[in-house]
Write a protein of this length. Structure first.
Length: 197
């Protein structure tokens, strides 16, 4: 017969002190403080459902942080046994409670490169020795490569960088929406009220 009791979290005195230190730190992120709160609550009450309900979280979230901590228990014991300095132990605790790397390919272009490409497109093409009056996506991509802003970039991608960011143009002319003031609605010079003229 399998043991149906929930896994309990047990902390050494140093681990508990570091968790309390993180929880009380003014500069700790809300996420980190919440995760520490989950662990400390589970140490007092190993029931996932009651801890999740008390903290306003899902049971899945509470289980995730419990399992992450339990999975790192051996590393925590090893780092703690390596010496009395709390810095390596604190770094490991923060690493355990940090977000996992997100799936997907990393961004191809840095924000700095994108800004440089947009700035390039704001310059007159003649400054770059181009015999054109206006930049095209192909010309911007070519010039970004020549200036070594990027290793390579397609004209389509350069064009996308140049199109995003600005507010969309209004479909109706803004000046046409303003109605001229009628003579009787002219503000009175004294008292600021409206008076018929």
């Amino acid at each position: 017969m399998s043991d149906s009791r929930p896994a309990t979290l047990e902390f050494s005195a140093r681990q508990r002190a570091l968790l309390r230190q993180i929880q009380n730190r003014q500069t700790a992120s809300v996420r980190l403080a919440r995760r520490v709160g989950v662990l400390l609550a589970l140490a007092d009450d190993p029931c996932l459902e009651s801890v999740a309900q008390r903290l306003g979280l899902t049971r899945v979230s509470v289980r995730l942080w419990r399992d992450r901590w339990l999975g790192a228990a051996g590393r925590l014991r090893q780092v703690e046994a390596d010496g009395p300095d709390d810095r390596p132990l604190l770094a490991l605790v923060e690493q355990i409670l940090d977000d996992a790397p997100r799936p997907g390919r990393p961004a191809t272009f840095t924000p700095e490169q994108i800004v440089q490409i947009v700035a390039l497109a704001c310059e007159p093409p003649e400054k770059s020795g181009r015999p054109i009056s206006h930049w095209t996506s192909a010309e911007v991509a070519d010039e970004a490569g020549k200036r070594k802003i990027v290793k390579s970039i397609s004209p389509r991608t350069a064009g996308r960088f140049l199109k995003r960011g600005g507010p969309p143009a209004s479909r109706e002319p803004l000046l046409a929406q303003r109605q001229p003031a009628r003579p009787r609605d002219v503000p009175h010079a004294v008292g600021g009220g409206m008076r018929p003229v």
